[in-house]
Design a protein around this ligand. Structure first.
Ligand code: GLU
Length: 302
């Protein structure tokens, strides 16, 4: 790499750190590491002995804890505090409330970060008991895994730099460098429906966002719920633009053939939506990115 380029890159990296640090310290901006633990609801741990015939649950019972797949870099949804290793966000709360219904308190849930492209394999290999991480339910994936839910509905959108006036929706992506996570539905949609975009795939959306801030890509595309979290962290640098151009119903991924587990998770979601836990959890997590709590979607017990 030429010296000048290297110098510019280094300066850009320093700038990003400075921007993030400034944003974190500003009054009125959300806390950098997600919701305060004291604000989070707690969920009543149920006696789940009556739930029998789930090989996943049996294995978790003899292990003594659940292993739940999640994301670790999606603000307000699934985020891991690098200092403490603690996961937080709306998806994490969903994982905890349904875990409580299966008989496992929060201290009996071990979270494991799994990237978008590796979710089906992780569920198929038994690396995780279930998965909660902005995971869209669709027919292709249903051939490989099961889905409880949906518990939330998002839609694909675009994140750009605050000073960008050239991208207002997917119709403006011709020739633009568009970044998304490999193995995700938004990545696939750009590839098939917007072939004139220059599509770049990374493992994570946070890698895309870093590249957006430093100018290496023009936009990051995925679900609005995810993008709003990134924008809320650095509102002076980033903005979400355009209409939602897909429907992304979020489900809890399960091993495909464990229908006992899937129905138990559907029951658990229904119960926590009814008793107010779902809304409480939303308000102190995803609600912080500026969206009011919607009515939870109809659960699809297929
Ligand atoms: N909901 C979309 C998906 O499941 C995008 C978000 C993600 O990659 O987790 O592919």
């Amino acid at each position: 790499m030429r010296k000048a380029v290297r110098k510019r890159r280094r300066a850009a990296a320093v700038l990003v750190l400075a921007v993030l640090a400034a944003a974190c310290g500003k009054a009125g901006t959300p806390p950098p590491k997600g919701p305060q633990p004291s604000a989070l609801p707690s969920y009543q741990v149920q006696d789940a002995a009556a739930i029998t015939g789930s090989s996943t649950l049996d294995a978790a019972r003899s292990r003594g804890h659940l292993v739940v797949g999640a994301k670790e870099d999606q603000p307000y949804l699934g985020q891991k505090n690098p200092a403490t290793g603690v996961y937080s966000g709306f998806d994490i709360e969903i994982a905890k409330m349904v875990g409580a219904s299966l008989g496992f308190g929060p201290d009996k849930i071990q979270f494991k970060t799994i990237a978008s492209a590796n979710r089906e394999t992780a569920l198929q290999n038994g690396q995780v008991d279930y998965y909660v991480g902005t995971y869209t339910i669709n027919d292709n994936r249903k051939k490989l895994v099961g889905f409880a839910g949906p518990y939330f509905v998002a839609g694909q959108s675009l994140l750009v730099r605050k000073n960008d006036n050239s991208i207002h929706g997917p119709q403006d992506l011709n020739g633009k460098k568009v970044c998304s996570a490999a193995g995700s539905t938004p990545y696939q949609r750009i590839k098939s429906q917007y072939p004139k975009a220059k599509l770049i795939g990374y493992d994570t959306y946070s890698a895309c966002v870093d590249n957006l801030i430093t100018g290496q890509v023009d936009t990051v595309t995925t679900d609005n719920a995810i993008l709003l979290g990134y924008a809320a962290k650095v509102p002076d640098e980033l903005k979400v633009v355009g209409p939602l151009f897909s429907t992304e119903p979020y489900g809890i991924g399960t091993p495909k053939n464990d229908t006992v587990l899937r129905y138990a998770l559907d029951d658990a979601l229904a119960r926590h939506e009814q008793n107010g836990d779902w809304k409480k959890a939303f308000d102190v997590t995803l609600g912080l990115s500026g969206e009011p709590a919607p009515t939870p979607p109809q659960i699809d017990r297929y």
